[in-house]
Design a protein around this ligand. Structure first.
Ligand code: HEM
Length: 370
């Protein structure tokens, strides 16, 4: 068993590269404002990692697939609505979370892979990205992953992780020595990998929990701030993936299952906001918060339909995690500004490229009435 297998607890026969891709979640603000965040974080200092180098790294490992995202490349648009419960209204002045608010959403489910035609696999990290808009244009964009914690703490470590997973041309697999060196240099990633491998992999998109992983700050009307992390938790009881899934011939079975589910009935998730306490880590997404932290059910996401990626829909949205409404502020997590800058770079490249249809080609589903 390789070191990576030891660290990741083996991966059901997957290649080390597949394991890295799994862990590589780990997957339209203007370029000017994104660069501003990067400068603010010192991220563009000479000789250091830049958004361009980060995206070049994805391209070096995955190749270039014109028109597609450089990470989370395989995806499907979802539509529906968000129904606020009002339970978080005392903690944040965000208008989307006021009592009784119901808003349409634009969303995207995806796999954290760098190639749009990767075959679906149960263990691949799944994601859910949402854009919630108010009538006056104020927006909240969030991208969440089906993970308990992120594998890396810093943008630099993420870059190292991407490159360590690059297949060796001789074997078609990552060089075990590079993987070993990566984990040796990042004990926090060894600890995070243990939590990630201990998670229950559920049957599909419909019963997955999607977590922000990064911390934010809720700002109340009187200015009081609370550190938070949020997650979309399915109302339906999760079912662990079955052994039969491994043998599914359909390379899009996870997406096809979701589409079939939504043809039958809407799917619902609760927006569960976890409230951090003083001392809880806000700048390290590899660390979970204690399990006894208070949570608030802030509302319900109802997904009603899907649509293949196409002009003007979720394909053309940058789910930048720093597009936030008044009442939510970034934390000191260094991944947030790095994500914003890298997504902008990925968006800029893909927006200027010729488009081809996504391999996920299901027909649009007319969901239940909003
Ligand atoms: C430095 C760290 C990270 C980098 C460089 C990075 C990079 C990327 C890139 C390049 C994309 C494609 C963006 C686009 O073209 O629209 C992407 C998508 C995504 N990433 Fe990250 N990522 C990072 C960390 C994270 C973290 C911590 C999460 C936690 C939840 C995350 C969740 C997502 C999701 C959900 C998507 C898909 C959004 C969509 O469907 O458009 N990423 N990532």
């Amino acid at each position: 068993m390789s070191l990576l297998d030891q660290i990741t607890g083996g991966a059901g026969g997957l290649s080390p590269r597949a394991v890295i891709l799994r862990l590589c979640a780990i997957g339209a603000v203007t370029a000017a404002s994104a660069s501003g965040f990067a400068y603010a974080g010192g991220w563009l200092s000479p000789g250091r990692l830049t958004p361009e180098r980060m995206i070049d790294g994805f391209q070096e490992v995955n190749g270039v697939h014109p028109g597609f995202r450089r990470n989370h490349a395989k995806g499907l648009c979802v539509e529906g609505r968000f129904e606020s419960s009002g339970a978080a209204a005392g903690l944040t002045r965000v208008r989307m979370l006021a009592p009784g608010v119901v808003l349409p959403i634009t969303g995207r489910v995806a796999l954290a892979v760098g190639t749009p035609d990767a075959a679906d696999a149960a263990g691949t990290v799944r994601s859910l990205a949402l854009r919630v808009r108010l009538a006056d244009g104020e927006e909240w964009r969030t991208g969440m992953n089906s993970l308990p914690v992120f594998l890396v703490r810093t943008p630099e470590a993420f870059y190292e992780q991407i490159l360590a997973g690059k297949p060796d041309p001789a074997t078609g697999k990552p060089d075990p020595a590079r993987m070993k060196a990566f984990f040796a240099a990042h004990p926090e990633s060894v600890r995070a990998a243990a939590l990630i491998n201990a998670r229950t992999i559920t049957s599909g998109f419909a019963d997955s929990t999607y977590a922000s992983l990064n911390a934010y700050r809720f700002v109340a009307a009187d200015g009081t701030e609370t550190p938070v992390r949020w997650a979309m938790v399915p109302e339906r009881a999760p079912v662990a993936q079955g052994a039969a899934d491994a043998g599914r011939a359909d390379p899009n079975y996870l997406f096809d299952d979701l589409e079939a589910e939504l043809r039958r009935a809407p799917l619902r998730w609760r927006l569960v906001v976890t409230l951090g306490r003083p001392g809880d880590p806000t700048a390290d997404a590899t660390l979970p918060w204690p399990s006894d932290r208070k949570t608030v059910d802030a509302g319900t996401l109802v997904l009603t339909g899907t649509a293949a990626e196409g002009p003007g829909n979720c394909r053309d949205v940058n789910f930048d995690p720093l597009v936030l409404p008044d009442g939510i502020a970034p934390s000191d997590d260094p991944l947030l500004s790095a994500r914003s800058a890298a997504y902008s770079q990925s968006f800029t490249r893909r927006a200027g490229e010729p488009k081809s249809p996504s391999p996920v080609k299901d027909p649009p589903v007319q969901g239940a009435a909003l």
